[in-house]
Design a binder for this molecule. Structure first.
Ligand SMILES: Nc1ncnc(NCCc2cnc(NC(=O)Nc3cccc(C(F)(F)F)c3)s2)c1Br
Length: 273
């Protein structure tokens, strides 16, 4: 495993398999390193896209941050290489694919499954915050599952600098914390807000502030217009945790430590993640 980061890789070192998914900036393929037969995911990014959106620094930062992160719930970035027109990221392969698909297929998750994922995410975020990394882009699309169904955060949004412009340009607003909607300076607590959003979405199948228009979603976020449908039935403890995370004043949100000690997590989360 150690040599993976050191040596220079090239496309000849890999046999490319089936496409695993396509992201905004390129596709992901299953691949096998020829000599070791090691299975990886290979993300192909076109250089002209990076130039066009001027996001070199973000990619560079991702590589610096992610190669230094080692956590069971964070997808590994083993290394990278490039040719004339493409950059290739050599990623840990998450056999279980995107958590999003599981959520869509099931509609919503059991309280045990939801609590297990929230506990894994909280662990991974506590580890990141120790390393001064704020995530800010945690949404089901960026959550993968390994062969044992264990959650892996995978994302190129890792960074410690202020909010990237990218967010307003693309993707859903559902996960934006109020201070981000107001474009105010924010801190680690944005990830705590997002944990509340995800916990709600795992249990009800949709994020809490979903609305027809972006304007209405903004409005619902700013008002913290939180309602709990009666169906599916959800325990009072789960609602309590969600209500203590979706708090407008970021300093009043439940801390990651307190999430791990919350009765709903203690009772429902599988300690083996
Ligand atoms: N089953 C699977 N097993 C493993 N992986 C899978 N999908 C890939 C998940 C990713 C992890 N890390 C990534 N990183 C980036 O995409 N980075 C990226 C890309 C373009 C531009 C930029 C930037 F320029 F904006 F920074 C940064 S994608 C799947 Br499906």
């Amino acid at each position: 495993e150690g040599d993976k980061e050191k040596r220079q890789w090239s496309l000849q070192d890999f046999e490319i398999g089936k496409p695993l998914g396509k992201g905004k900036f390129g596709r992901v393929y299953l691949a096998r390193e020829v000599k070791s037969k090691y299975i990886v995911a290979l993300k192909v990014i076109f250089k002209e896209q990076i130039e066009k959106y001027r996001i070199h620094h973000q990619l560079k930062r991702e590589m610096e941050i992610q190669t230094s992160l080692r956590h069971p719930n964070i997808l590994r970035l083993y290394g990278w290489f490039h040719d004339d027109e493409r950059i290739f990221l050599i990623l840990e392969y998450a056999f279980g694919g995107e958590l999003y698909r599981e959520l869509k297929k099931k509609g919503y998750l059991s309280e045990k499954q939801a609590a297990t994922y929230i506990a894994s995410l909280t662990n991974a975020l506590a580890y990141c915050h120790e390393k001064d990394v704020i995530h800010r882009d945690i949404k089901p699309e960026n959550l993968l599952l390994d062969h044992e169904g264990r959650l892996k955060i995978a994302d190129f949004g890792w960074s410690v600098q202020s909010r990237s412009k990218r967010r307003t340009m693309c993707g859903t607003l559902d996960y934006l914390a109020p201070e981000m909607v107001e474009n105010k300076a924010h801190d680690y607590a944005v990830d705590n807000w997002t944990l509340g959003i995800l916990c709600y979405e795992f249990l009800y199948g949709a994020p809490p502030f979903e609305a027809e228009s972006q304007k209405d979603t903004f409005r619902r976020i700013m008002k913290v217009d939180l309602t709990f449908p009666s169906d599916p039935p959800v325990s009072a403890e789960a609602k309590n945790l969600i209500s203590r995370l979706l708090v407008k004043d970021s300093s009043k949100r439940l801390s990651l430590q307190k999430i791990m000690e919350h009765p709903w997590i203690i009772k429902n989360a599988d300690p083996m993640g």
